[in-house]
Design a binder for this molecule. Structure first.
Ligand SMILES: [Ca+2]
Ligand SMILES: [Ca+2]
Ligand SMILES: [Ca+2]
Length: 242
């Protein structure tokens, strides 16, 4: 309540008024009582329903409002909202800047965070709200092959001999950027070569199985796959030396 209450009444004469000895009047007197509003209620969050858990894709554009919070105050006080980052005083939570898996400088770790929002009524009372943000990867990039050169191995090489390594990259982070390597069926005899699925390292899978005079090169067909089935095909020539 902000306006003073005004009581206008006909006072009956009395014999004594504190501090007004000798000034007793029998005429109408206006008595003004100022009732000061007291800010005695804290804001209460009414939106969104708690607990607040947001699942946000890393591909959400910067500046996007991902949620708007609202609190109410029984005193009718003006409420302002304060975010650690990425919010405005009206309660809108803007896409946090660190929700980008590919920007390593602001890499979110771990894959979720808890944002604390404060609602203040005229900066007197503060009510807190936890917002849990779960970060969701998006497979935005396909694997890319780094330039390769022809590799070679002597015909008398034995099982496990390391021959070459192929390397592909993927700009995604998380499972979308985790690559695995495998050999596809080709004109190369099965089990002659093997590839490490994690590193791309190619090694001989047999002993004394190479013969320069019979065949002096093989072309391997290598599949590189990210965690969400984006595929890259690489060809690698292995020369046989005598
Ligand atoms: Ca209040
Ligand atoms: Ca990818
Ligand atoms: Ca991504």
């Amino acid at each position: 309540m902000t306006q003073p209450l005004v009581f206008l009444t006909q006072l009956r004469p009395c014999l004594h008024l504190d501090g007004l000895d000798g000034l007793i009047s029998s005429t109408a007197t206006q008595v003004v009582i100022h009732v000061l509003a007291v800010n005695d209620h804290s804001p209460v969050f009414v939106r969104p329903l708690q607990p607040v858990v947001l699942n946000i894709s890393e591909s959400v554009e910067p500046g996007t409002v991902v949620v708007t919070v609202k609190a109410e105050d029984l005193d009718g006080d003006l409420i302002q909202y304060f975010f650690g980052s990425g919010g405005n005083p009206n309660g809108a939570l803007i896409r946090p800047v660190n929700l980008d898996a590919e920007d390593k400088s602001v890499r979110l770790s771990p894959l979720s965070l808890v944002l604390l929002v404060e609602a203040k009524d005229n900066l007197v009372h503060t009510t807190l709200l936890d917002i849990t943000v779960n970060f969701q990867y998006v497979n935005e990039f396909a694997p890319e092959f780094e330039a390769t050169t022809t590799a070679g191995v002597f015909e008398n090489a034995t099982l496990g001999q390391r021959i070459a390594e192929v390397t592909a990259t993927d700009k995604d982070s998380g499972p979308d950027g985790t690559l695995s390597y495998s050999l596809l069926t080709s004109d190369v005899p099965t089990n002659m070569f093997k590839i490490n699925p994690d590193t791309g390292l190619i090694a001989l899978a047999c002993s004394n199985c190479l013969d320069f005079n019979e065949k002096n090169f093989y072309t391997l067909v290598i599949k590189v796959e990210d965690g969400n089935y984006s595929i890259l095909i690489i060809r690698k020539t292995i020369c046989i030396y005598n």
